[in-house]
Design a protein around this ligand. Structure first.
Ligand code: CP3
Length: 346
């Protein structure tokens, strides 16, 4: 591997500069992505290994990132489980027949990712050939709460009312559902690792909707099972948003690196997580929409709070927004590298 910054940071080893990558670094803010989307739907991009490779490489060729992330979507396992869905323009994902009863949960199927999601594994092999050891490749999957929320709500939700009412009203069925997600996601991540990803990230994007006690009771054991299944084969990242009040629980569930969003200063988050784990994230993605000086000052504040300690990965607290300018993203990546060379070697 030519650039080992990101892998070294995952392992809390010293680096020459702070590694940077961006969640949703491939996507609608890039003109070349939009050009491909004129011709292909999002699901076509995800299901065709050549197209998924092209999209994965788009940000790598334009931005000074230290890792690539597989172009795919966290909802792909839903279809082979018996929950077909589509992406509706302007609205996001829509599950055809969402889970509403415990009988719906009993009808769900498990599947072999090497068969039903073989196109994702083929994409990983192609991307690794294309990357040719320049930077590491991140694989990923959704965590049980976030997957359950889409399966139950049928799409995005603001209050997760249906999800929580099933969780509180039918705890046994909830645990069956999350246990199934955990076993499928664990197998899927192992298959991605066998296909060649260097690191895996588990996305629990919406778990911040829970209280710390509910997280512990309804989610933690299932997410823990996923990290246990990966079992140290490659470094792992555990991402969530809105989790400032239960970062220690997130850490307990697993992950060599824990994600933190912008609602908590990075040093406070790291204290809560513990310095025997890495930390990733923290910059508010909307800062990319504002003046460059404010954006770079936000990055400087994060670097100062990280203090050059090993185990810091620079990222946003959530994904890049579609209206972001590519130039701002390029500037931010360059700035983090330039500034951290000073901090890290100081
Ligand atoms: O560059 C990367 O980060 C890799 C690509 C990636 C996508 N989805 C492609 C995508 C990743 C890591 C995901 C994960 C994902 N998918 C998450 C977790 C990350 C997060 O943002 O919290 C979630 C919640 C999903 C489900 C999903 N997919 C939603 C809610 C939406 C619609 C909302 C939106 O942003 O429009 C998607 C669509 C989606 N997945 C896009 C991309 C690039 C939008 C692009 C398009 O319509 O062309």
């Amino acid at each position: 591997m030519t650039n080992t910054r990101f892998l070294n940071a995952c392992r809390r080893l010293p680096v020459d500069a702070t590694p940077v990558w961006f969640m949703r670094q491939a996507g609608r803010y890039m003109p070349e992505y939009m050009a491909l989307r004129q011709k292909h739907s999002l699901l076509e991009l995800c299901r065709n290994p050549e197209l998924a490779t092209t999209v994965t490489m788009q940000p790598v060729n334009r931005i000074d990132v230290d890792a690539a992330i597989l172009f795919s979507d966290l909802l792909l396992p839903l279809e082979p489980m018996g929950l077909p869905f589509d992406f509706i323009k302007g609205e996001g994902p829509q599950i055809e027949t969402p889970i509403r009863t415990t009988a719906d949960i009993d009808r769900l199927k498990t599947f072999e990712p090497r068969e039903s999601l073989s196109h994702v594994l083929a994409a990983i092999r192609l991307i690794q050939r294309e990357l040719d050891g320049r930077i590491p490749l991140i694989g990923f999957a959704g965590a049980p709460f976030t997957l359950a929320s889409y399966a139950i709500e049928g799409g995005h939700s603001n209050n997760f009312a249906l999800t929580k009412s099933l969780m509180y009203g039918h705890p046994d069925a909830w645990h069956r559902l999350c246990g199934l997600f955990a076993s499928i996601v664990g197998d899927y991540l192992v298959a991605q690792i066998e296909a060649g990803v260097d690191v895996v990230q588990v996305f629990d994007s919406w778990v911040g909707a829970l209280s710390p006690a509910d997280y512990r009771e309804f989610v933690l054991p299932h997410t823990q099972a996923i990290f246990a299944r990966v079992g140290g084969r490659v470094p792992t990242i555990h991402f969530g948003t809105g989790t400032s009040t239960f970062l220690p629980e997130l850490r307990e569930a697993g992950g060599d690196v824990i994600g933190a969003d912008w609602r908590i200063p990075l040093d406070d988050a790291w204290d809560l997580i513990g310095h025997d784990r890495g930390i990733q994230g923290n910059l508010d993605p909307t800062l990319l929409l504002g003046p460059t000086e404010r954006l770079l000052a936000g990055a400087d504040d994060i670097l100062r709070r990280a203090g050059g300690r090993p185990g810091h990965i620079f990222n946003l607290g959530h994904g890049i927004l579609p209206m972001t300018s590519l130039e701002q993203v390029q500037r931010l990546a360059e700035h983090v590298h330039t500034q951290s060379r000073v901090t890290v070697s100081a």
